[in-house]
Design a protein around this ligand. Sequence first.
Ligand SMILES: Cc1cc2nc3c(=O)[nH]c(=O)nc-3n(C[C@H](O)[C@H](O)[C@H](O)COP(=O)(O)OP(=O)(O)OC[C@H]3O[C@@H](n4cnc5c(N)ncnc54)[C@H](O)[C@@H]3O)c2cc1C
Length: 392
Amino acid sequence: MRSAKIIIIGGGVVGASAAYHLAMRGETDVVILERGSIQGTGSTGRATGGVRSQFETEINVRMSLYSVDFFRNCEFSTGYDPKGYLFFSTDTSVFEQMKRNAVTQAAFGVEGIEILDADGIRKMIPAMNCDDIVGGVFGASDGFINPVAVMSGFSRRAIDLGAQIVLGRSVSRINVAGGRVAGVSMPDGEIGADAVVVCAGAWSRGLAESAGVNIPVEPLRRQIVWARCKDRVPENLPMVIDAGSGFHFRPAIDFWEPEDKTGSGRDILFAYPDRDERPSFNTEFDETFAKKVYEMARKRARFLFESEPEREKCRAGLYENTPDHHAIIGACGVEGLYFATGFSGHGVMHSPAAGRAISEIILDGEASFLDVKCLSPERFERGELLKESGYI
Ligand SMILES: Cc1cc2nc3c(=O)[nH]c(=O)nc-3n(C[C@H](O)[C@H](O)[C@H](O)COP(=O)(O)OP(=O)(O)OC[C@H]3O[C@@H](n4cnc5c(N)ncnc54)[C@H](O)[C@@H]3O)c2cc1C
């Protein structure tokens, strides 16, 4: 291949969504270059699979509202399962903030938000120790999606419409000539392009630098324990999150083989954001993490603490963090160079909105379905950072 109108670097859920949305608008001279030999082995296939509208900032809430509607109604299966998200707190001031956020979310149109006291939470999850809990918020339209199914659905449809996904192609640099994008280089050659979209998740910063652009995306390892409980996990268990420590758990599903029933309803995922973690590209699962997270489980729920880890299914992946924990979506000083990256742990749930936004920015100059200007790469230089308390 010598050239393409639009090259997308990265074939995870965000790159796939960008290709899908471009193709749906009739722009099919689009090529995704993905360095992996299969799609989804970046962060997408390692995610927890949660989707929620429980955020603080308007842009995050609106990205979620759009995306949940998409997951519910789109033409392919996304695994959307509205089991809900329960955020709880052991701290009165955090609970107050959660209640304020709930009011804002309802004002933006989020439905099914319920404020609960400790007794309400105890009734909802009888197997959880609620002695130190002051209250929480349950979002009934939140829940689960299958990140691999979402990525595959976007990809299949984009290919049907004429886009291409080329695997095993690693972009080494983005070429710029006269202030505008010229294409990309790989170890085995170059491809010319009118536009290049960086959807390379945690690996985006180096690619941007090759074009002389600074985007502050930092990789941070996040680990998840997969374990088998003695009995079936509680019926209809939502995503449950301690808003203070970030400790969370959910029933486990193998996103690559969602029909696999070997766990017989006894498998669970649990994790927390380890504050000792430092930015790196390390994606090894670490036994000391398992010890730490089991210690947190001891206090919270016997069924978690007494579970047996399934070592080969425990995993680690990378968050693609930005300084304000919001995505970077938009154009930059190099004409024809675009970014949809830096989702800071929310890229699967926000992939429908992100793909639509970047396709409209490329084709029309700006996104009209939702104002995403606050996510532009230039906000960091301008000092216009956003503030989100709902970052886990
Ligand atoms: C443990 C964990 C739990 C998470 N839980 C959730 C959750 O519950 N809900 C949620 O919404 N999000 C969650 N996330 C975040 C989510 O996984 C990411 O935000 C999302 O997958 C980002 O998608 P992406 O397509 O931007 O990146 P990726 O999936 O990482 O895809 C980027 C792709 O770019 C490719 N690439 C990189 N460099 C190059 C190059 N030079 N040339 C060619 N290809 C390249 C990579 O191989 C990769 O496939 C979680 C993440 C982790 C690690």
